[in-house]
Design a protein around this ligand. Structure first.
Ligand code: MSP
Length: 472
């Protein structure tokens, strides 16, 4: 591999970002930083952005009493601010209201239409505005869609344009089964394969009554269904951002399981129809709840990433989110345990270890070390399988092992020469840990590297200040 292109979903701008969006974006950032370290910054492309068309956004703008464009301009800024706050190093921020993207979507749809993959028909069904999709009768739970209990389903009957998935499905299925594009984790691939084998209905790709969107090129009384418009962002970016053409096909689309179907099947069908190569991998990480409950406005547990940064600092927030639950599985984020974890893993863990070893180095007048060049082998293996959290877990094992080793060695009892030797080993291990930590906790990694590569090693300021109990 000599280049790496990683994407996040483009997030809906009906509301401000929360830690669900932050989680995927953070993981993408870790991948981007890791591969920049190996392949060089020019050979990595990290794309994120916002999904700005459709009924849901138009309704949110109306509620806010703003013109849709004004509204989406404002909310997309909130996403950029949050990513800046979390030290997210995206290379390009994509917005679907970019006129270059709109023109691209029209061109590509026209091409698919001309090739005979799109036709007009009547559609009758139950629509969930929260998901921006039709819900099948067997998916309905107590009168609403499984994800949006607060949004009543709308009964609709309208003329739509349809994508002939039935014509495209056999070839897409073959590609999926042969791993021409990979869907991960493996059990997710199996779910998609079974769903396709179970029979696929054509999907509607236009809306008659939705103004806020890209006009269908051959029939301007329709707008392009927001999901079709949105999926193309991954490809459009490589056409409209200078110098990025070579990055298609994408190496990794990251997302959660809620939108896997669109990414693991519909997207590839569209690409096939448009004669564009498939992406290389689609990874669906788990969906998390907060202290056992779904994140929702009505429950009042929607957490702004800024709240976490205010309490734990940037790297503290990054660490707590990245280690909150196993990457590929569903999980629960236990906020009540965040303080304890911050203290044990960061303040008393890596923070204390760095200060302990640097103090020993200072006493022994140890000189700084050269930066290791090779990436750690455990990390490269975990990244290649798309499980960066395992690489992070491995770093923490090393931290604990080194702590134990120091206690067993009891260096304070050693003679000068022997002392210098063992401390030199500790410093080397910690420098390696600093380098390996950098994609996850960029500032902390940099500080550790600085401490152990300075001409003479001295004790630094505390990396993480221990948290005291919250008041009240
Ligand atoms: N706009 C579409 C995506 C179009 S991509 C071509 C969309 N947007 S969204 O704002 O609803 O974002 C969904 C994504 O946010 C999830 O797939 C996941 O990446 C992230 N998450 C939102 N809540 C989350 C959790 N509670 N847990 C894990 N991921 C979370 O869908």
């Amino acid at each position: 591999m000599n280049q790496f292109y990683v994407t996040t979903p483009i997030y809906y701008v009906n509301d401000k970002p929360h830690i669900g969006h932050a989680y995927t974006t953070l993981v993408a950032d870790v991948f981007a930083r890791y591969y920049r370290g190996i392949l060089g910054a020019d050979n990595v492309f990290f794309l994120t952005g916002t999904d700005e068309h459709g009924q849901k956004i138009a309704e949110a703008a109306k509620t806010a009493g703003k013109e849709p464009q004004v509204f989406v301009d404002e909310v997309s800024e909130h996403f950029k601010e949050s990513w800046e706050l979390l030290n997210i190093s995206y290379d390009y921020f994509f917005r679907t209201t970019d006129p270059r993207h709109e023109a691209f979507v029209r061109d590509v749809l026209q091409k698919i239409y001309d090739k005979g993959f799109i036709y007009k028909d009547k559609y009758k069904g139950l629509y969930c505005v929260g998901c921006e999709k039709y819900i099948l009768p067997d998916e309905v739970v107590e009168g609403h869609c499984p994800l949006h209990a607060n949004k009543p389903l709308e009964e609709r009957e309208e003329e739509n344009y349809f994508l002939s998935l039935s014509k495209l499905a056999p070839r897409v299925l073959e590609a999926l089964e042969n791993d021409e594009y990979r869907v991960l984790p493996a059990e997710k691939k199996n779910e998609i394969v079974s769903k396709v084998r179970g029979g696929i209905k054509d999907i509607s790709i236009s809306r008659a009554g939705v103004e806020w969107g890209v006009k269908v090129p051959w029939d301007e009384s329709h707008t392009v269904y927001v999901w079709i418009d949105a999926l193309f962002n991954y490809y459009t970016a490589t056409r409209i951002v200078e110098g990025k053409e070579r990055f298609w096909p994408a190496d990794l689309h990251l997302l959660a399981k809620d939108i896997l179907w669109f990414h693991a099947f519909i997207w590839e069908a569209l690409l096939l129809a448009a004669e564009i190569p498939f992406p290389k991998a689609v990874f669906a990480h788990g969906f998390f709840t907060i202290d056992g409950q779904k994140m929702s406005k009505s429950i009042g547990n929607v957490i702004d990433p800024a709240t976490l940064v205010a309490r734990y600092g940037v790297d503290g927030a990054r660490y707590l989110l990245l280690t909150a639950f196993p990457f590929g599985n569903d999980g629960d984020i236990s906020l009540s345990r965040f303080d304890e974890k911050f203290n044990s893993d960061l303040a008393n863990g890596i923070g204390n270890l760095v200060s302990r070893v640097a103090t020993l180095c200072e006493k022994a007048c140890l000189l700084g070390l050269p930066i290791p060049e090779e990436p750690a082998s455990a990390a490269s293996e975990a990244f290649a399988r798309f499980y960066p959290d395992e690489a992070l877990g491995h770093i923490w094992e090393e931290i604990r092992d080194l702590d134990k080793k120091i206690n067993t060695d009891a260096p304070w009892k050693l003679e000068d020469k022997e002392l210098k030797k063992v401390i030199g080993v500790y410093a080397k291990v910690l420098l390696r840990i600093g380098v390996d930590l950098s994609p996850f906790l960029p500032d902390t990694g940099k500080q550790i590297i600085d401490v152990f590569t300075k001409p003479a090693i001295t004790k630094p300021h505390a990396l993480f200040a221990r948290l005291e109990k919250k008041q009240g």
